[in-house]
Write a protein that binds this ligand. Sequence first.
Ligand code: ZN
Length: 168
Amino acid sequence: MATPSSPCSSYGGTMFNRNDYAIQWNREHPDEHRKHCRDWARRHPVENRKRSSEWQKGNPDKARCRLQAWRDANRDKKREQDRRRLTKKRGANGSHTLDDFKVLCQLFRGRCVKCLKVKPLTRDHIVPISKGGTDNIDNIQPMCQSCNSSKSDNTADYRLIAQRLRIR
Ligand SMILES: [Zn+2]
């Protein structure tokens, strides 16, 4: 990961020298410091890569930790990318974002539209993609894994039933 080994090493001495004041400033302004680092890395891609690979060699344990932390933070994003790619591949038109789906789940108070239990929710395409359904949010209902599996290819819209039962 492109993170410098110490607070000010990425400024290359142009903005601050690597002195106590700079280190203190970085500590007090973590967001600005991060932004400066990112800007610097963008302007110096070759040197940045070199520095960060040197840093990784010198700090293998820390590097592994940071990579893992980055992966954890981006797991949702990665899973979402994979899902979208797969849906496209299956021939679906339209798309929606993870946020769209989260909002939809909140609308149903985190409940499965079929069994109405609060469970981890998956997306169910009301009109299956295999039958020409889109991946747009208006063709999605939140369903738990077991209801989703047992639903197979029927096109029942459980959202109305769930709403009638005042799961809103
Ligand atoms: Zn269910």
